[in-house]
Design a protein around this ligand. Structure first.
Ligand SMILES: NC(=O)C1=CN([C@@H]2O[C@H](COP(=O)(O)OP(=O)(O)OC[C@H]3O[C@@H](n4cnc5c(N)ncnc54)[C@H](OP(=O)(O)O)[C@@H]3O)[C@@H](O)[C@H]2O)[C@@H](O)CC1
Ligand SMILES: Nc1ncnc2c1ncn2[C@@H]1O[C@H](COP(=O)(O)OP(=O)(O)O)[C@@H](O)[C@H]1O
Ligand SMILES: [K+]
Length: 487
């Protein structure tokens, strides 16, 4: 599991740790890790395939982020790199870092003289601001970031790409675009949540001894081992009912395909059986003959361990009634797509069994009466608000999928690809996640494991793919996560 913390928490932990180690220790740990990571990178990608003779340009701001950068660049200079520091605030530059840099033979220049040096560099270190940054980059710093981007030089962000909001992943104004980010002590939300995560590049954590001083995480991201431990596995005495039956209420005369896609996802999520309820039974059976189908209302369909309601449901009276019946049940319910529009807000809030809502940004905006772009630019705040207002587990889809439930750290999905933004891919996700719910995972685990597997399926599928491909890829994905199971 990867954990991330906001600036406030990082500062508190650092404060405690700093009282227990000699002054300057943490910065030296950070700089040593940073220099080693840059050395690796220069070895692999620099024009000279190594540190000696390489050209390193450090962009140095007024705080400790600039200090880390100067100490690290001094280390590279001592190993033969030609090092230049662009000082954005010469009179406020970290004095110890600057002295070390000069002793190592580094030279300093003004921002005005920097662009040609940046264009010829093998590596640019972004030490403009770290966790002390406020708002987007100031114009002078923004110009340097642009010069590096336009010259296609490799950029390593020190702690985080300067200009992004460390605690929320929001980006207000100009920010550095890094190829790699070397972060210290713990991950920060900006490295995991878009739009800031898009600026981060490859991410590496340097241990500076902060771990014991950090509280419960504010954000977490599952990794393969976490997902493997959560995947449902049939045991000796399992039968289809014990493995869980998932009911799928989806599709309409107009959108039969949504039913097929949701059922396809559900068949791959580990439940023992899939029960389909709705008017698209013929299409479902034609593709997946193992589905149990019924044409009547959900309340007459027989027992299930979890319901999925909404994909392609349309918005007529039948759909509305089906959503109400499902919400009135005493088993976990996942509400997606049209279901989100048809569901009565109070009925969701008053449920005692778990409820998972899976809106994309547009649906989330409608639920919160907010603007879509506000949801997209401040995903963390909005997913938390939804979880609170609806007293539900909320999976907010999009470029970064987030799962929020009150009283728990928000989960960030680390898998996925923009190729998933194709019609019907959300239907597969809802079926898959509902199946995990029926198999007995908690709402939060089902949502985060569903998003994880779905995201990997998108990465495994040959592009460009149609959404039906995603369900077919799940066994392969399952196997990659849990090598003793799956394809
Ligand atoms: N604490 C620790 O134990 C450890 C911390 N470590 C390191 O310290 C970093 C945090 O250092 P920090 O607190 O000095 O803040 P930092 O991010 O360098 O920036 C501060 C200055 O930047 C300026 N500025 C602000 N916004 C700006 C903008 N938009 N555009 C341009 N400039 C802007 C503003 O200056 P102003 O001009 O307003 O006076 C402000 O004072 C952390 O990320 C990590 O790298 C490691 O060594 C490990 C141990
Ligand atoms: N830019 C993106 N990067 C990664 N994943 C994305 C992106 N855009 C959308 N997705 C994913 O694609 C799926 C789309 O779901 P949804 O919006 O419900 O589409 P549909 O309604 O057509 O099924 C979601 O899983 C979402 O997280
Ligand atoms: K930085």
């Amino acid at each position: 599991m990867r954990h991330a913390y906001t600036v406030e928490t990082v500062r508190k932990a650092e404060h405690t740790l700093m009282t227990r180690v000699p002054p300057g220790t943490l910065m030296q740990r950070a700089a040593a890790g940073l220099a080693a990571a840059c050395a690796d990178l220069l070895g692999r990608t620099g024009r000279r395939r190594g540190i000696y003779g390489s050209r390193v340009v450090a962009l140095v701001g007024s705080g400790d982020n600039g200090g880390d950068t100067l100490y690290a660049t001094a280390r590279l200079a001592r190993r033969g790199a030609g090092a230049t520091a662009v000082l954005l605030a010469p009179e406020k530059t970290h004095p110890g870092g600057l002295a070390a840099f000069r002793r190592a033979g580094g030279r300093t220049v003004t921002p005005a003289d920097a662009p040609p040096l940046i264009a010829r560099a093998d590596l640019v270190l972004d030490g403009i601001v770290g966790i002390g940054g406020k708002g987007g980059l100031r114009p002078e710093a923004a110009g340097l970031a642009r010069a590096a981007y336009e010259a296609r030089v490799a950029v390593v962000a020190v702690d985080l790409p300067s200009g992004v909001d460390a605690s929320t992943g929001e980006v207000h104004g100009d920010a550095v675009r890094a190829d790699a980010t070397i972060t210290f002590g713990t991950y920060k939300p900006c490295q995991l949540i878009d739009p800031a995560a898009e600026h981060t590049g490859a991410l590496r954590l340097i241990d500076i001894g902060l771990g014991p001083y950090l509280p419960d995480p504010e954000l977490e991201a599952l990794q393969h081992a976490d997902v493997a431990a959560l995947l449902p596995t049939p045991v000796g005495e399992s039968d289809k009912y014990r493995r869980g039956v998932v009911g799928v209420v989806a599709g309409s005369e107009r959108y039969p395909g949504a039913a097929v896609l949701a059922v396809g996802g559900a068949l791959r999520g580990g439940a023992g059986a899939v029960r389909y309820v709705g008017p698209a039974a013929d299409a479902v059976i034609a593709r997946y003959p193992e589905t149990l189908v019924s044409a009547g209302p959900p309340s007459k369909a027989g027992r299930v361990q979890a319901w999925v309601v909404g994909p392609g449901l349309g918005d007529d009276a039948r759909g509305r009634q089906a959503v109400a019946e499902v919400l009135a049940s005493d088993v976990p319910v996942l509400v997606d797509a049209d279901g989100l529009r048809l569901a009565d807000r109070r009925a969701i809030r008053e449920r005692t069994a778990p409820t998972v809502l899976t809106p994309h940004a547009g649906e989330a905006a409608a639920l919160l009466e907010a603007a879509r772009e506000d949801v997209e630019t401040a995903r963390l705040a909005h997913v938390r608000r939804l979880a609170e207002e609806f007293a539900a587990t909320v999976l907010l889809k999009g470029s970064t999928t987030l799962v929020a439930e009150q009283g728990h750290p928000v989960r960030v999905n680390p898998t996925g690809t923009a190729w998933l933004s194709t019609a019907g891919s959300g239907d597969v996700l809802s079926g898959l996640t509902g199946s995990l719910l029926a198999a007995g995972l908690t709402a939060r685990d089902a949502a985060s494991v569903g998003a994880y597997l779905h995201g990997l399926a998108g990465r495994y599928a040959d592009v460009p793919f149609g959404s039906h491909e995603l369900a077919e890829r799940i066994p392969e994905v399952w196997h990659s996560v849990h090598p003793e199971q799956g394809a």
